[in-house]
Design a protein around this ligand. Structure first.
Ligand SMILES: [Ca+2]
Ligand SMILES: [Ca+2]
Ligand SMILES: [Ca+2]
Ligand SMILES: [Ca+2]
Length: 581
């Protein structure tokens, strides 16, 4: 289905008119074109400030390197033109990753202070970059004061914030653990680990607290949240989540979303729901955005060993989620939210083993036809063109490598190296320099990095040449800000979705763009004629990339129009534009 217009755009304008009318103002310029390219940062690994001398990446370090992400000037193209910064958990926590917090309203002292976060948000906003926080409402740390009080005092109001059971009775089935309280031993539920007791969102007071925490950060200027373990709020199993729990999850997230939109109508909310497309679709009533892990799996497979149907599968999936989500903000008490449901496509993450570059190196060893660099370019074309809310995981732009590490002690099964490292190697220090050293390089763990090396060609410093991946990714992200109708349009017609070609439209109010990705090692011509999408006869050439020669060129200003045929280089991408009349 071709979406001919973007209903929410007019919705934004009309609510703005209402707001201004109510406040006695007048309607100024049209709302700015949104830049929804997401960049995901593991704070510990990204950029350190020299002042604290701890070599741990921090919030001030990010602020000082914002120019790398977005210098605030659309006309410059030596930055990534990021629109949304997703910070992995910044809250105080006993763990290195931070998903088990001891205080939802504070900042990890290793990362800085609330003031540092405020300063980062302000500096980001000045550049048109929004900041969203990764937050886990499924569980807290077992060191959280709520949990400690609940364990010690059966009369505490926090007893109902968690799930407790009598120690004297047999343990219920599932992930139940035992804690020693001042008044005896208790059993408690913690799906992920004994150090992460699940919150009880069935309790009205807990729900109120969680909504208040969100408001606390929204009031400070935070622009939204990435919602960790979203399907496990009531789904207390890693097996198939029972139907009643799916419904309760949806009800809860709709309630939460409504409370967020009351504070910030255009907040960004994206849920982490792992599983196949059907598992995601089942949660698309309560969540207006979902991380698109199914796309990641399919796209990784498609760029290494081609198969047909990737794009039609993705377009149909998005539309099927929208059919469910469309019902969510209707009915009594619902807060109107007229943006369409969105998936957030990505190709790598802090959880996905391995990182994309390492995945493709493995595929090459298993007979992948393309060179790793060529397949990686295909991945970057696809990622930056397929969705409005595409996510770059930090280091993606550099082809940073990483696998999960088996840090089991030598006597465990499977035996490991005894280091204790597991996920850390998917979250290694971001390589700024050729030598692997020098500000703002982080060194937060003596055992890291395991995968980055000095002088290995992978670093910001080493990737200044036009042929390097960083340069291509910058060109692709700059293309998005130069052409918002392309970045924010919908997938329209899918012309060809074969082993050799990915050819599809991005359709907006103003323009139709046609993305042509040649996934073969030969240059190929793509023809239009009266019987085959004649609307692209005479289309304007916007961008052209050659994956073998590692060259690209933005042709927007050269005003070149094609005839009936466009040549797409090997492992190349061409973008065409056809203005609507
Ligand atoms: Ca630091
Ligand atoms: Ca710029
Ligand atoms: Ca739960
Ligand atoms: Ca390196």
């Amino acid at each position: 289905m071709v979406r001919k217009s973007r209903p929410w755009r007019s919705g934004v304008v009309s609510s703005l008119v209402l707001f201004l009318a109510a406040s006695g103002g007048s309607l100024g310029a049209a709302p700015p074109k949104e830049n929804n390219l997401v960049y995901q940062i593991f704070v510990r690994s990204w950029a350190d400030t020299p002042d604290d001398a701890n070599a741990v990446g921090d919030l001030k370090g990010i602020r000082e390197k914002l120019d790398y992400l977005n210098d605030g000037k659309p006309e410059t193209d030596d930055d990534l033109e990021v629109g949304i910064l997703w910070l992995l958990p910044v809250f105080p926590s006993p763990s290195y990753h931070g998903y088990d917090t001891t205080d939802y309203r504070d900042v990890n002292p290793g990362y800085g202070t609330k003031q540092d976060l405020d300063d980062l948000v302000r500096a980001a906003h000045e550049r048109g970059v929004r900041v969203i926080l990764d937050i886990a409402f499924n569980h807290t740390s077992d060191q959280h004061p709520w949990f400690k009080e609940a364990v010690d005092d059966p009369a505490s109001r926090f007893r109902k914030f968690y799930h407790f059971a009598d120690f004297d009775k047999p343990s219920p089935p599932g992930a139940w653990h035992v804690a020693d309280g001042r008044n005896g031993r208790v059993r408690y539920f913690g799906l992920f680990s004994s150090t992460m007791p699940d919150l009880n969102l069935g309790n009205a007071e807990t729900r109120q607290e969680v909504r208040d925490i969100a408001k606390f950060w929204l009031d400070r200027g935070i622009d939204g949240f990435r919602l960790d373990a979203a399907k496990h709020i009531f789904g207390d199993t890693f097996d198939q989540i029972p139907e009643p729990d799916i419904l309760r999850n949806n009800d809860w997230w709709r309630e939460f979303s409504d409370s967020v939109y009351r504070v910030k109508p255009d907040a960004v909310l994206v849920g982490e729901v792992l599983g196949d497309q059907e598992a995601l679709r089942r949660e698309a009533f309560g969540l207006d955005g979902l991380l698109d892990a199914p796309f990641m799996h399919a796209a990784r497979a498609r760029i290494s060993f081609p198969f047909p149907g990737l794009l039609t599968g993705e377009r149909d999936f998005v539309n099927r989620c929208r059919d469910v989500n469309r019902l969510a903000h209707k009915g009594p008490g619902a807060v109107p939210h007229d943006r369409p449901f969105q998936t957030f496509p990505f190709l790598a993450s802090h959880d996905e083993n391995p990182r994309l570059a390492s995945f493709l190196e493995e595929q090459k060893a298993h007979g992948m036809r393309a060179e790793v660099d060529e397949a990686y370019r295909l991945g970057m074309y696809l990622l930056t063109s397929v969705g409005e809310y595409a996510i770059l995981y930090y280091g993606d732009e550099l082809m940073q490598r990483g696998f999960k590490w088996n840090g089991n002690p030598g006597n465990a099964f499977p035996p490991g190296d005894g280091s204790g490292l597991f996920d850390e190697t998917l979250r290694e220090p971001f390589p700024w320099h050729k030598a692997g050293d020098g500000a703002p390089q982080t060194h937060w763990n003596d055992l890291l990095p395991k995968f980055d090396r000095p002088n290995d060609g992978i670093s910001v410093e080493e990737e200044t040449a036009p042929t390097q991946m960083l340069n291509l990714v910058r060109s692709l992200t700059n293309l998005r800000t130069e052409h918002p109708g392309y970045a924010n349009g919908e997938i329209g017609d899918v012309l060809t979705d074969s082993n050799d070609w990915l050819v599809f439209e991005r359709v907006s109010d103003q323009d139709r763009y046609l993305v042509l990705i040649n996934t073969t090692e030969q240059g190929n011509g793509y023809r239009f004629h009266e019987g085959w999408f004649p609307r692209y006869l005479g289309a304007q050439l916007i961008f052209r990339s050659d994956g073998q020669k590692k060259e690209w060129k933005d042709e927007t200003k050269s005003n070149v129009h094609i005839d009936g045929k466009v040549d797409v280089p090997p492992y190349g991408m061409v973008l065409l534009r056809q203005k609507r009349n």
